[in-house]
Design a protein around this ligand. Structure first.
Ligand SMILES: *Cc1c(COP(=O)(O)O)cnc(C)c1O
Length: 382
């Protein structure tokens, strides 16, 4: 009976693009110089501008976040077991496996979604050499408790900060914690260079080591001193990054607008828990994870079905959990009894669409559909 065209689907995210004219202007310089990669001038400029924006001293650009993780782990010359989270994107564990390190899955905290310090401590063995936590959704981990454990047991800490661009805790940039932090600039992240990533380094010496590792281990034309890889960011990607940076504060402010609208409109729904955004001084609103608990009249997967029927495509980050993937099932710590909180969150969390250009009309559509699914009312009613 309906002769109106169905509305466009609303996805969990929509990549943020810089003004094309600005990218083109930067690319004209590339065409003149014919320097396309290998630490060209745009790459150098983006490293400097990002370090200044993020409030860190040393930063090495990398071709993507996964290679950034691989190199960060390599740079610390780790062996044996590394304690990490089952509640993340699979690349977190894959970076360990590629380095011949064994992921040991610990449990998470239900408020921060980051590793639970008590669970980390329970997982330590004589073979443990490091901890690889994730600032999940950009919510800060309990960085102080994690550092205390690392100090007590002489462990390295590498933060997967793929979600945490621009997040500040009480002491400034969240990225300063741990031995190294790793960012992703993938299309779906808060700050994107289409593909890209970075490693935050504590000092110039570490940055030098990382700069060599990302360029085949070359020290100079005739010297290879480490088992390096090619993980350099090209001038094209750096141009996109330079064009993105001036707009990033406005983009994060738009994300905040969306988060606050959800907060206003999704209150008082039985069994729907809203995110707490951790103890961030400055959040980045990268995701809007809600929990559908057993107090709700339908479960998370039923809500997904209902929303999809309305053309709304949220994502179940993170389901399946990493140890549930076939490749990790044989891992000695891949037992959900070891991480009951992560297992519960894997069943309950749903990330609602959030991105700078999400219109008020689309927001209303999402909130009406969520409300209708939970209260049983019709989504057409305003
Ligand atoms: C996106 C992401 C990565 C991987 O980053 P890429 O740039 O896509 O390689 C790693 N860890 C987490 C938690 C991520 O969300």
């Amino acid at each position: 009976m309906s002769d109106v065209t169905p509305p466009e689907p609303i996805y969990v995210t929509r990549p943020h693009l810089p003004p094309l004219a600005e990218v083109t202007r930067l690319l004209e310089g590339v065409w003149e110089r014919r320097i396309l990669t290998n630490g060209g001038p745009l790459h150098q400029q983006l490293e400097e501008e990002l370090a200044a924006y993020l409030g860190v001293e040393h930063l090495a650009l990398v071709a993507n976040g996964t290679l950034a993780l691989l190199i960060a782990l390599k740079a610390l010359r780790l062996q044996g077991e590394v304690i990490t989270t089952p509640f993340s994107f699979v690349a977190t564990s894959e970076a360990l496996s590629w380095n011949g390190l064994e992921p040991v899955f610990a449990d998470i905290d239900p408020h921060t979604y980051g590793l639970d310090p008590a669970s980390i401590e329970a997982c330590i063995t004589p073979r443990t050499t490091a901890i690889l936590p994730v600032h999940c959704y950009g919510f800060p981990c309990d960085v102080e408790a994690i550092q205390r454990i690392a100090d007590d047991y002489n462990l390295k800490v590498i933060y997967d900060a793929a979600h945490a661009f621009g997040v500040e805790c009480h002491c400034g940039s969240l990225l300063q914690h741990g031995d190294l932090s790793v960012l992703s600039f993938h299309a779906t992240k808060v700050f994107n260079t289409f593909e890209g990533g970075a490693i935050i380094c504590p000092d110039a010496k570490t940055k030098k080591r990382i700069d060599r590792l990302k360029n085949f281990g070359f020290v100079d034309e005739v010297t290879v001193a480490a088992n390096g890889i090619n993980a350099k960011m090209s001038e094209l990607h750096a141009a996109v990054g330079l064009a993105q940076l001036p707009g990033i504060d406005a983009a994060i402010a738009e994300r905040q607008r969306v988060a606050e609208a959800y907060r206003d409109q999704l209150t008082d729904l039985p069994g729907l828990l809203l995110p707490e955004f951790g103890q961030a001084q400055r959040a980045n609103y990268a995701y809007f994870p809600v929990r559908i608990t057993d107090q709700a009249p339908l479960d998370r997967d039923q809500l997904v079905e209902r929303l999809r029927a309305e053309g709304i495509v949220p994502r179940r980050y993170f389901h399946p959990l990493i140890p549930e993937f076939q490749y990790y099932r044989s891992n000695a710590s891949a037992d959900p009894k070891r991480y009951p909180v992560a297992a519960q969150m894997g069943r309950e969390v749903l990330c609602l669409p959030i991105y700078p250009e999400l219109s008020s009309a689309d927001l209303q559509r999402i909130c009406r559909a969520v409300r209708a699914a939970i209260t049983g009312s019709s989504p057409d009613q305003p």
